[in-house]
Every structure is written in C-alpha cells, then in structure tokens.
Design a protein around this ligand. Structure first.
Ligand SMILES: NC(=O)c1ccc[n+]([C@@H]2O[C@H](COP(=O)([O-])OP(=O)(O)OC[C@H]3O[C@@H](n4cnc5c(N)ncnc54)[C@H](OP(=O)(O)O)[C@@H]3O)[C@@H](O)[C@H]2O)c1
Length: 474
C-alpha cells in the first residue's frame, strides 16, 4: 500500500512496534534478540522500539521486569551493564489497547510528521491478528513511501488460523490492508541453521541431489520430540493440540524443504513456489493420535479433553519423484527425549552380498539438540574375512562454528532487510491447512491413545512403522 505524499523523511530510521510486549514470547525471545542485534551493531538504522502492552508500566519498571529475561536468555554471553543501559534508552513502553482505534491513532501520531520505516510485530494471541491489521489499515499505518523507500511491515506469529477457513479469512483481512511483500508470517523453525542448511546440503552438493528420489530413497522420517508438557499454556494448548501447533507449520515446512524440487533461482519467490507445490501434493495414509497420562489434570485443560499431545503419521507425496515413498512423522509432548531429527533412509541394494549386521545407508539431519548431520553407512570390519558393520560419519556444528545466532535474531534481521525467503506465503499457509483440516476431521472425535509420561508414545506408533518393516531412527 502506497502513501500519497510525505513531507520529510528519516529514511535511516526504523520504528519497531512490539504488540504484546509484556507477554512470554516478547520477554523470552524477541527482546533478547533485539538486544543482541542492537549491541552487535547489526541494526544499521537508527532504531526506536515501542513496547505495547496494557499493563501499567513506566519505561523504568518495564526495564526492571525485562532485564532478568534478557540476562537469562543470553546467560552464556558476556553482557555489559552499559550495553543494557544504551539499549533501554531505545525502548519506550506504551500502555495502549490495540483494539481501541483511539489508541492506534496515538501510534500513528508519533510518526505523522516524518516518513519512517515501521515494523509491527504481533506477539499477541492469534485471535487479535485481524483486528490489529484492520486498525493499522484504518489509521494508515499500512502505507509505504515509494519516493523515500521507507516501508511498513507486519509480522505475525504462529499459529496462523485454526483451520483453512479461518486462515483464508485472516489472509483476506491482511491482504486488504497490506501487500504480500509487507506480510511476514513467522515460523521460527525456518530461522534454524540446520533447517536452512538443508538447502545448501541438497542444492550445493551434487552427490546427494542426484539420488534424491524414489529410485534410491526407501523412506523419510521426521520426528519432533519434546520432553516437556504444556507448561502454563493449558488454555492455548487445549484449543490447539500438537497437529496444529507443530505439524501444520514446523513439520510441513521441514518436509517441504527436504523434498521440494530445485528452485530455478535461489530466491524467496522461487523457493516459496516450490515449497507450496510440494505441500499441495501431500496425502495422509495413516494417523495415530495420542495423549499423555495426566494431561487432563493440567491447569486450564478440559477434564474430558480429547486433545492430541502426540501424533504419528504415514504420508505420501503424490509426485513422480516421490511416488510410493512413505514419509513417517512422529511428534509429541512429555516424551522420553528432546530431539528433532529428519532421517532419509536409502534403499539397501547390495546388502545380500555381504555378511554382518547392517542398518542401511541413513542420512540424518539433527535439528536439535546437538545440531549436525550424520551419515550411517556400511564399512568392512577389519580382519581376514569380509564382514560389514555400521559406520557413522558425523558433522557437528560445534566443531566448525562458534555460537550460532538465535532463530529470532536471524528472522528479525531478514524482516528488517526485506528478505521473505524464510517466511511463509499466503498459498503455502492455505495448502498446509488443507492437509491439516483433513487430518483434524479424521481424528477429531477419536479418543486419543494414552501414553505414559517419559515414554516413546503409544505402542501403536511403533506398530505404524513396524508393520512396514521399518523402525524409528534416533
Ligand atoms: N510463548 C512462546 O514461546 C511462543 C512460541 C511460538 C509462538 N508464540 C505465539 O506468540 C504469540 C504470543 O504468545 P505469548 O506466549 O507471548 O502470549 P502471552 O504471554 O499471553 O502474551 C500476550 C500479550 O498480548 C497482550 N495483549 C492481549 N490483549 C491485548 C490488548 N487488547 N491490547 C494490548 N495488549 C494486549 C498482553 O498484554 P497484557 O498482558 O499487558 O494485557 C500480552 O503482552 C501467540 O500468537 C503465540 O501463539 C508464542
């Protein structure tokens, strides 16, 4: 959306408005990332941050509340007090209600006399996205100035919608006020180094890309396992569940990056086009829904709740490249480990020639906690006869690189620079909801299979993969 005219410009200035500045995400992730960006001088613009909440803070009481969170998030970094002091000079707390158009006008009035770039970060419950977007539009904060090249961008957290219909209507509201190039839908997994590295691993190394198809690959697995429960987020989780909280975004995005076709150009348009094209070809073959024992007793959870805290699935991708290749998904809370791992299992062609125990050629991307890539392959056991065994080649990020930037720091930088490669587009969001709607419809009324806390999930999740003569790779 373009501004009509503006009188004077401060084109090197940037105002970042954090709606929901008093919330959990803002305290634990956003402000520590903004602090790091600021102190490392990677925000080359003259930046002012406006923290918006309804609580009755002053600048200094907000600073006092936020400081321990920044210190805790960056406990391994050496933070100097003067760095914090300088950073807090840039933060201004605004006690405003974003649902109130009068309050929104106050935000507009702050920059009326100048032409300044603005980012509106919506760290608020998703139910407020539409009203905030409409109110920004009503007061004209959606407009960008082409003459001075200043921008207005809106950043939205996940989950984006609760089903296809709600995502479509939210997209409609957003697109009435903002153009696609102004909209940044965050999925923090897309800011993770090992996820971004899948692009370079596949497209910068011919050795693997040439065998990236059903001719050589037997199956694919994605597991996102959490050892914690729902913590204090009972009301949110009981209305959401693991399929919407994790599968709809992180898992589908990782699967798309892993299996999409090579983009013609490595840029935001081509990558998002290929990801969407892949996501729209997914079909669900089998689903196991689980719930950990004790979930119903959690705070703010319906005691009769059928909500999914675990899901295991078998999928297919209906393309020539992936025809017949099963994709297994497993994700859940309160499991016996915290791990996100993507495994590509290759067909085992020559095994019958040799004696010995051998699991097969398996390539694993370990997204967390020990970031890296592992390749399991066969090697000869030293000795007189020809016997093979499993050997592992391993790449650990920590052996090559120092401290990695947090995903929020990277994604905020992308947003400031106007790079949308790691943000999901309207069509991708809607394609993923199309699949999730089908799954939700199928499992909604099913009673979840109960599993013990600190276990690997319901036994049926083992059976799902075992009946295909495969096993979960960890
Ligand atoms: N927390 C996480 O780790 C996490 C991770 C991924 C995604 N997300 C997403 O991030 C978003 C925020 O989550 P959260 O956990 O930070 O939520 P939260 O702790 O409940 O915080 C919500 C914030 O919204 C503000 N707010 C609500 N209604 C308002 C109004 N009418 N006017 C002004 N401010 C209002 C609250 O301000 P007051 O309290 O001052 O009223 C509070 O700052 C959600 O979409 C969530 O799904 C969160």
């Amino acid at each position: 959306m373009v501004k009509n005219h503006c009188i004077k410009t401060k084109k090197d200035s940037l105002h970042i408005f954090v709606f929901g500045a008093t919330g959990d995400l803002a305290h634990k992730k956003l402000f520590p990332s903004l602090f790091n960006l600021y102190r490392n001088m990677r925000l080359d613009k003259d930046i002012e941050i406006f923290a918006i909440g309804r609580r009755d803070y002053t600048d200094s009481s907000f600073e006092a509340t936020l400081t321990p969170f920044i210190k805790a998030a960056l406990v391994h970094d050496h933070i100097k007090e003067e760095e914090l002091t300088k950073f807090f000079l840039k933060i201004h707390y605004l006690n405003l209600d974003f649902q109130n158009i009068g309050d929104m006008k106050k935000i507009k009035a702050m920059s009326d006399s100048d032409c300044i770039s603005q980012i509106f970060y919506l760290a608020v419950p998703p139910a407020f996205y539409a009203i905030i977007s409409k109110n920004l539009e009503t007061v004209g904060l959606n407009k960008q100035c082409e003459e001075h090249n200043t921008f207005s961008r809106i950043v939205l957290e996940k989950p984006f919608g609760t089903d296809l219909k709600s995502a479509e209507s939210l997209n409609k509201v957003l697109l009435a006020g903002f153009e696609e190039r102004q909209i940044y839908r965050i999925d923090h997994y897309l800011g993770k180094e090992p996820v971004q590295n899948i692009f370079s691993f596949r497209f910068a190394n011919n050795i693997f890309e040439n065998i990236w198809s059903n001719k050589y690959i037997d199956s694919i697995q994605i597991q996102l396992l959490e050892d914690i429960g729902i913590e204090q987020r009972g009301a949110f989780y009981d209305a959401t569940g693991v399929i919407i909280d994790v599968f709809q975004n992180h898992i589908l995005q990782m699967l798309a990056i892993l299996t999409m076709n090579k983009p013609k150009v490595f840029d935001e348009d081509h990558i998002r086009y290929e990801k969407n094209s892949l996501i729209s070809k997914i079909s669900i073959i089998d689903t196991i829904k689980g719930q950990y024992e004790g979930y119903k007793e959690e705070q703010n959870v319906d005691p009769q709740s059928n909500r999914d805290t675990f899901v295991a699935m078998k999928l297919h991708i209906n393309s020539r490249r992936w025809k017949g290749i099963p994709v297994y998904i497993k994700t859940g809370k309160m499991l016996d480990m915290k791990k996100t791992i993507i495994s590509v299992v290759f067909k085992n062609i020559k095994k019958e020639l040799f004696r010995g125990q051998f699991n097969g050629d398996i390539l694993s991307f370990i997204i967390q906690p020990d970031l890296g890539i592992k390749l399991n392959f066969a090697g000869k056991v030293p000795g007189m006869d020809y016997q093979i065994t499993d050997i592992q080649m391993e790449y650990k990020y920590s052996d090559y690189f120092g401290e990695l930037k947090s995903e929020y720091e990277k994604l905020l930088t992308d947003c400031i620079l106007g790079n949308q490669m790691n943000f999901t587009r309207t069509d991708e969001i809607e394609s993923s909801w199309r699949i999730v709607d089908k799954i939700e419809k199928e499992v909604k009324d099913k009673k979840p299979l109960m599993y013990k806390q600190n276990s690997s999930g319901p036994k049926e999740a083992q059976d799902l993969i075992k009946k295909d003569n495969r096993y979960w790779i960890l």
